[in-house]
Design a binder for this molecule. Structure first.
Ligand code: NIG
Ligand code: FE
Length: 420
């Protein structure tokens, strides 16, 4: 008889997200596989059993089996963050007043602040300083129930050594921290100031020098570009993404965040795994992404913090059959917050997604935005034992009671890594 290493029992609301290991779209985004009075058993780092009531007779327990009583609680797969700028130096509270006066995000950038200010701070920071700062953020994320995080480079831009430093910090944290990190190269996050009047030359450097080295050193899985007015054009973004693909780096895109440039259309054309932000997406962009099954990663905390009174048209996207994922976009400029639970509330309050759609967006769909849907994002036999337990009576309560941390316990690869 197989012996369970850990059993979570008496679960009032167990959200399994069981079903096919693929992004859920349309009505499927609401199929959360809820079990009331559920039980989950683990065998080391894998899920052994998920069901109702008691353990089946084929599974035993022993003296060393850990039992967790989840009476009155909600249990979900460990949450997944598919879009963050985790590793960076410094902070940007000095721009907060400007923002409150209504100065635009892109104007602050054009004046040499914004991303450029963080580039300075990140260049100056040592590996150890960046590591400690990012670790603090990861600890917070873990406390919010997050077990997998994507981390983008992009604060070195012209300075390749800084880009590498960021990705090495992500690699080291992946080894030492309970959270799994997935690395994205984002050398094209801003045009270095000295290349502003010849940005194509910088694109050539990314393509000919940076991307081959990132691929060779296996520092990243994904390649991302900030395709935006005054940053990288559609043509430049296409070139960078395709060059990455040729080297085995899957494409992601910061698309139609502020100005509708046709980023979503480009993401569909080149076959991105995900298109991200999409606040200013066009009708055609929605159709193209839906047709290609690209995951739309929406970042409502950024919409909230940019204060433009605008958010991505999530309802239209769901109607069009687009799978939606949600993430914090955690970064020092457009979203300085690691609180994914707050973003989940904003998913409902700002994007008008139902709580069922929201939980799908931070589990199986978020895992799919990282190509990890086979091993993460749902609670099913054989998948990774990454689990979050929240001290709430039901999912609606969790989103409705916003801004606070509801986490009770987090389990990563079968081990308890956080307890309230
Ligand atoms: O996702 N849009 C570009 N990049 C980030 C912001 C980065 C920053 O402001 O430092 C974003 O919003
Ligand atoms: Fe971003």
């Amino acid at each position: 008889m197989i012996k369970a290493s850990l059993v979570i029992e008496n679960i009032d609301n167990l959200i399994t997200l069981r079903g096919e290991n693929k992004p859920r779209c349309g009505k499927e985004q609401s199929r959360i596989g809820l079990i009331q009075g559920g039980l989950v058993a683990l065998d080391g780092d894998k899920i052994l059993y998920v069901g109702e009531g008691k353990l089946p007779s084929t599974i035993g327990t022993g003296e060393d089996t850990v039992f967790i009583d989840a009476r009155g609680k909600l249990v979900t797969p460990g949450l997944v963050e598919p879009h963050t700028h985790l590793v960076h130096g410094g902070s940007r509270e000095h721009e907060f007043k400007l923002k409150l006066q209504g100065v635009d995000y892109l104007d602050i950038l054009a004046a040499g602040g914004g991303i450029y200010s963080t580039v300075e701070a990140t260049r100056k920071a040592s590996h150890e300083e960046l590591y400690q700062q990012a670790k603090k953020s990861l600890d917070r994320m873990l406390a919010y129930g997050v077990t997998t995080v994507e981390a983008k480079s992009g604060y070195g831009i012209g300075d390749f050594a800084t880009e590498i430093k960021q990705m090495e910090v992500a690699r080291d944290l992946n080894e030492s921290h309970p959270i799994d990190l997935v690395s994205t190269f984002m050398g094209a996050h801003a045009v270095p100031r000295e290349y502003l009047d010849r940005s194509d030359d910088f694109v050539d450097i990314i393509i000919n020098k940076m991307l081959p080295l990132v691929a060779e050193k296996r520092l990243a899985v994904f390649n991302d570009v900030f395709c935006e007015e005054g940053v990288f054009t559609i043509d430049q973004s296409r070139r960078i993404l395709q060059a990455g693909q040729a080297l085995g780096l899957r494409a992601k895109l910061h698309a139609d965040e502020i100005v509708p440039l046709g980023g979503a259309e480009l993401a569909a054309e080149v076959g991105c795994i995900s298109a991200e932000h999409l606040m200013a997406i066009s009708e055609q962009g929605i159709k193209d992404l839906a047709q290609k099954g690209v995951v739309a990663v929406l970042l409502p905390g950024t919409s909230f913090n940019l204060q433009k009174g605008r958010a991505a048209p999530a309802r239209k996207m769901i109607q069009a059959g687009l799978p939606i994922a949600l993430s914090t976009d955690y970064n020092p400029g457009s979203c300085p917050s690691e609180n994914l639970q707050f973003m989940m509330s904003l998913g409902s309050l700002l994007l008008k997604m139902t709580p069922d759609e929201v939980i799908t967006a931070v589990t199986i769909n978020a895992a799919a935005a990282l190509g990890l849907e086979e091993e993460k994002g749902s609670l099913e036999v054989g998948k990774r034992a990454d689990i979050a337990i929240f001290d709430v009576p039901n999912l609606e309560y969790m989103l409705y009671h916003f801004g606070v941390n509801h986490t009770d316990t987090v389990i990563k690869d079968g081990k308890i890594v956080y307890q309230k």
